[in-house]
Design a protein around this ligand. Structure first.
Ligand SMILES: O=c1[nH]c(=O)n([C@H]2C[C@H](O)[C@@H](COP(=O)(O)O)O2)cc1CO
Ligand SMILES: [Zn+2]
Length: 165
């Protein structure tokens, strides 16, 4: 019997873990997930956009407009930063990070400082915004490469029906 040929690639696997992590987000508008992988293709961190530990999802605002302090923006910890901070206690030097959205400039700084050397993203939909121009400028200068994820599949479905195992 020959081996299966329709298994998912490393890129699809790790971006899948990033996207699944994003499903934990309570943000009603944008759910972002991130997954950090070391040189041996082992997952060493994952995260999603959410409030800092101890700050209740129910007490803080989730809106986007109005008085800054009444929006989510000052409070939400981005997926990439959470993945870095949630790592399993590894030195992240030489790792790569899979993220649904291209990292903002604040996350870019954290990525560079942590030693991560490659960013793999799914969407770069805010490419023209200053924050992302700054991210790329810093990545280019600091020697962090970035690329869009390589995928052959459009969608991956998970079944929790025990009959499907
Ligand atoms: O790279 C990112 N990582 C990340 O976790 N986020 C989060 C912060 C917010 O919760 C949400 C963006 O909010 P919105 O798209 O609704 O303005 O996504 C946003 C970005 C892009 O800035
Ligand atoms: Zn960010």
């Amino acid at each position: 019997m020959a081996k299966r040929t329709d298994y998912i690639s490393w890129d699809e696997y790790f971006m899948g873990v990033a996207l699944l992590s994003g499903r934990r987000s309570k943000d009603p508008s944008t759910q972002v997930g991130a997954c950090i992988v070391n040189k041996q293709n082992k997952i060493v961190g994952a995260g999603y956009n959410g409030l800092p530990i101890g700050c209740s999802d129910d007490d803080f605002p989730w809106g986007k407009q109005g008085d800054f302090l009444q929006t989510k923006y000052p409070y939400v910890c981005h997926a990439e930063l959470n993945a870095i901070l949630n790592n399993i206690g590894m030195d992240l030097t030489g790792c790569r990070i899979y993220t649904a959205l291209f990292p903002c400039n604040e996350c870019a700084k954290a990525i560079i400082q942590s030693g991560i050397k490659e960013v793999v993203f799914l969407s770069d939909k805010y490419a023209g915004n200053d924050s992302f121009v700054a991210s790329k400028h810093m990545f280019d200068t600091a020697g962090v490469s970035y690329r869009k994820v390589n995928t052959q599949v459009k969608k991956i479905e998970l079944s929790f029906d025990e009959g499907d195992v």
